[in-house]
Ligand binder design. Structure first.
Ligand code: ADP
Ligand code: MG
Length: 423
């Protein structure tokens, strides 16, 4: 997946040097996707199995910022706080910071229970750039006035799922209440179960989700297309596409995603008016009605099934040729989930996404997440040029930034690299 090298990532030269020494050449998928997002200052919800390199995914951008935005530390201050569930992990994460930051001037400290306070307290007094801590010990130190958390700029919750399993939720909440609201939060987890997601939702601010496990591997067989269209023209555009396919005798079994139940109903009515057989499944329809609709869809009696995300979750229909994001998914991650509904079992499929005014930011996040530009289709009567121009402009701007921020060999400090949020 990631044919890019670390040098394609705009990290400071001393980091590249350390990575080179440890023979890290290619970023792992979670690193390739998360590092640019973190450098931009966005909150992150990252999930990938154990052993996929999550530590470097958050440690490298944090070290990059410490290096490019150096400043004196206040007494007891902590710039970046990394919470981990166990001592072993605390030690390991601290070592990783030392390893990747071998050529960077910074102060890190690891604190965990079961050992004396003295040295920890002494170092804390000078202030630290990075504090790696287990929740209990951190709260003890805070209770004794040894650490000031009011200036933390980045919070990392590493192995958040394990922290929840170990009953750290109240401690985590207490710690978060001591942090400034204006901060960057990075949430890493091997799994994304219900409780993990609800915790993430409550503490992350407009996060970018980077998830390496989901069916992104099938994405290669899916032809992805985006169509820029005004909201009011979407139903006509869909009808137009369906008519076109019919004329060209193209096989079709189309799953259409609608954001709301009402939207799904309205769309089905509009399609009926245009003479297209369609049905909808969503939470307001009875189980019986949903099953009937699904059966008709499976049998090919209706070619178009409109569904909300929730209703579509469990369905497994073979031979879906097209997935249409009639309404753009709210989260980049659900884009991948939705389009994974087509091209099952090695077949080919098309994913068609409608993008209106309000969807421009999510489209951008999706392209960053899947690390590829989605093919723009403008050969239709409802094409919206200004949205296309806006999007192409963003793609160009990103290319320039990545080029500019490559390490400059002559300037060994790497030079200041601009990031969106001040660190
Ligand atoms: P996770 O947090 O997902 O369990 P870690 O960050 O602990 O994964 O990394 C697992 C191992 O992979 C570590 O030994 C680490 O040094 C190594 N590693 C991480 N990223 C890379 C990379 N890009 N290239 C080579 N080795 C890597
Ligand atoms: Mg880890």
């Amino acid at each position: 997946m990631s044919e890019i090298t670390f040098h394609d990532l705009p990290l400071a030269e001393p980091l590249h040097r350390a990575l080179g020494e440890h023979d890290y050449q290619t970023p792992s998928p979670i690193q390739a996707q998360a590092i640019p997002v973190i450098l931009e200052g966005r909150d992150l919800l990252g999930s990938a199995q154990t052993g996929t390199g999550k530590t470097a995914a958050f440690a490298l951008p944090i070290l990059h910022r410490i290096h490019t935005q150096p400043r004196e530390l206040e007494s007891k201050e902590v710039r970046a706080l990394v919470l981990v569930p166990t001592r072993e992990l605390a030690v390991q994460v601290d070592r990783s910071f030392e390893k990747y930051g071998a050529y960077i001037d910074f102060r890190a400290l690891v604190v965990y229970g079961g050992v004396g306070f003295e040295t920890q307290v002494k170092t804390l007094k000078k202030g630290v750039d990075v504090l790696v801590a287990t929740p209990g010990r951190l709260l003890d130190l805070h209770g004794q006035g040894c650490v000031d958390l009011s200036n933390v700029k980045v919070l990392v919750l590493d192995e958040a799922d394990r922290m929840l399993d170990m009953g750290f939720l109240p401690d985590m909440r207490r710690i978060i209440s001591l942090l400034p609201k204006e901060r960057q939060t990075l949430f890493l987890s091997a799994t994304l179960g219900h409780s993990v997601q609800s915790l993430a939702k409550s503490i992350l601010n407009d996060p970018v989700t980077v998830s390496v496990n989901p069916p992104s591997s099938t994405a290669e067989k899916i032809e992805q297309q985006v169509l820029f269209v005004r909201s009011n023209d979407k139903a006509e555009l869909l009808a137009h596409l369906l008519k076109q396919m019919e004329e060209e005798d193209e096989a079709q079994l189309m799953l259409v995603f609608s954001r709301t139940k009402h939207g799904a109903e309205r769309l089905v009515k509009k399609l009926h008016k245009a003479g297209i057989k369609a049905d909808a499944i969503h939470g307001d329809r009875t189980q019986g009605a949903r099953e009937k609709a699904l059966d008709k869809f499976r049998a090919g009696e209706i070619k178009v099934l409109v569904a909300t995300d929730v209703a579509a979750r469990g369905i497994d229909v073979k031979g879906i040729t097209h997935v249409v994001n009639y309404d753009f998914p709210n989260q980049p991650e659900s884009y991948v989930h939705r389009i994974g509904r087509t091209a099952r079992a090695g077949e080919e499929g098309e994913a068609i996404t409608f993008c209106s005014d309000e969807d421009m930011n999510v489209l951008w996040d999706v392209e960053k997440m899947i690390r590829q530009p989605i093919n723009i289709i403008k050969d239709h009567p409802y094409h919206c040029t200004d949205l296309e121009d806006l999007h192409l402009g963003r793609r160009e701007a990103l290319k320039k930034i990545v080029k500019q921020e490559r390490p400059r060999r002559r300037n060994r400090g790497g030079g200041p690299v601009r990031v969106r949020k001040a660190f």
